[in-house]
Design a protein around this ligand. Structure first.
Ligand code: HEM
Length: 381
């Protein structure tokens, strides 16, 4: 009934290529600077060593920043990994046509085990690959996501599973029309399940606001961040054979939107009459809410935020992007640069521009110097 929303995929693809394009001027600056100096020699337009150095430094610094800082940090071509994830999201034979929602759930469950009390849990280690975490009831069905990403890992063995799982969720959200999520690499993989957390860290869908606050509070989230994060239920569905619950929260489960909130506030929700666990249904019986979802409506403080997000999708996207980036970094101790890959890429572009300006200014002043002295540029030191 629900098919993959190709329009949002296209939107996402445009964003992805926009990011890829953002890196290109730097690369072009590098190659044109290189060929510029070579071409200059070939045409006899002699360049000073200093000019070559200045132009080369500006452009190479720019290229190097983009290249080493983001695109190939740690030997991983992150843009290529992003593309491999994006290209394999769509699968007509799976659920609503996309693996995106289950990839988001994988990253959330890997990260949501974190406890700020003792620093245990979190996405670092990719601990869900091991017993007992792989078999925790809350993680039922996530082998689909883990196995899918294991195939991508084979293509890019240098990326850690922990980085790949978290990056995949960001790419999936963006490809499904959601906000860009700040993400940075640096997670490592554990070799065994010794650091798996107990089977009580993730929220129980049957419970209410106190439980939601206790679980997300343990991770360090505010009320507002909790509501924003649970807004990811705009994606995907419940599967009877995984959680016991059944059905999607929205009619567009492969599009990231604020529809979870608009459905929550816009419907009259009643108890579903069935043999399964207590869940709620809309008047058509097609959409569902978990008891924990209903808690967002019934708790006065949560309800204020729910209404804000229902009325303002941009606000939801902004808050969600910040909270989700925070979630993916819980318990991670990054050695690398304290910035995002995208920020590094953007910084590379800025450096390229600065480099080009420095080079241009140097060239102008060198030309002025050379015309003043009439000395050939190539003879200058
Ligand atoms: C009170 C908090 C939460 C509860 C009780 C809860 C519970 C659940 C349950 C029971 C399912 C159905 C699993 C299945 O049957 O396949 C589910 C699915 C999902 N959850 Fe949550 N969740 C919570 C918070 C979150 C958060 C914070 C995120 C992400 C930031 C998230 C993302 C998802 C996604 C994307 C799915 C759909 C997966 C799919 O389609 O395969 N959830 N959740």
């Amino acid at each position: 009934m629900f098919r993959f929303a190709t329009t949002s995929v296209r939107m996402g693809a445009q964003r992805l290529s926009a990011v890829a394009r953002a890196g290109m001027p730097a690369r072009r600056a590098f190659s044109s600077a290189t060929s510029g100096s070579a071409g200059g020699a070939a045409t006899g337009a002699a360049m000073s060593g200093a000019w070559r150095w200045a132009a080369g430094l500006g452009a190479a610094a720019a290229f190097g920043y983009v290249s080493m800082g983001s695109v190939h940090a740690g030997g991983v071509d992150y843009e290529a990994v992003r593309k491999a994830i994006a290209d394999t999201l769509e699968d007509e034979s799976y659920d609503d046509g996309s693996l995106g929602p289950v990839l988001v759930r994988l990253a959330w469950h890997a990260s949501g085990t974190y406890s700020k009390k003792d620093g245990t849990g979190g996405s670092n280690g990719a601990k869900m690959r091991f017993f007992p975490e792989a078999f925790h009831g809350a993680n039922n069905g996530l082998s689909v996501a883990r196995n899918h990403l294991a195939r991508i890992k084979k293509q890019f063995p240098e990326i850690s599973n922990a980085d790949l799982w978290t990056l995949a969720a960001c790419v999936a959200i963006e490809e499904m029309g959601g906000p860009e999520i700040a993400w940075r690499p640096g997670r490592t993989d554990d070799n065994d399940g010794k650091l798996c957390t107990p089977d009580d860290r993730l929220p129980d869908a049957a419970q209410g606001a106190d439980h939601v606050r206790a679980v997300f509070g343990r991770m360090g989230f505010s009320d507002r961040e909790m509501v924003a994060l649970i807004g990811a239920h705009c994606l995907g569905r419940c599967h009877e054979n995984r959680s016991g619950y059944k059905g999607p929260w929205t009619r567009a489960p492969t599009t990231f939107s604020n529809m979870y909130f608009t459905e929550l506030v816009g419907n009259r929700w009643t108890r579903k009459n069935w043999d399964g666990p207590l869940q709620y249904e809309d008047p058509t019986g097609e959409l569902m809410m978990l008891p924990a979802d209903m808690a967002l409506l019934h708790d006065p403080a949560f309800a204020v935020v729910v209404k804000e997000y229902a009325a303002d999708e941009e606000l939801f996207f902004r808050d969600f992007a910040a909270a989700f980036a925070k979630l993916l970094e819980l318990g991670c101790d990054f050695d690398g640069p304290s910035t995002t890959t995208k920020a590094v890429t953007a910084a590379g572009v800025v450096t390229a521009i600065v480099g080009a300006i420095i080079g241009y200014n140097y060239m102008s002043s060198s030309r002025a110097d050379s015309s003043a002295t009439s000395a050939p540029l190539s003879s200058q030191p």
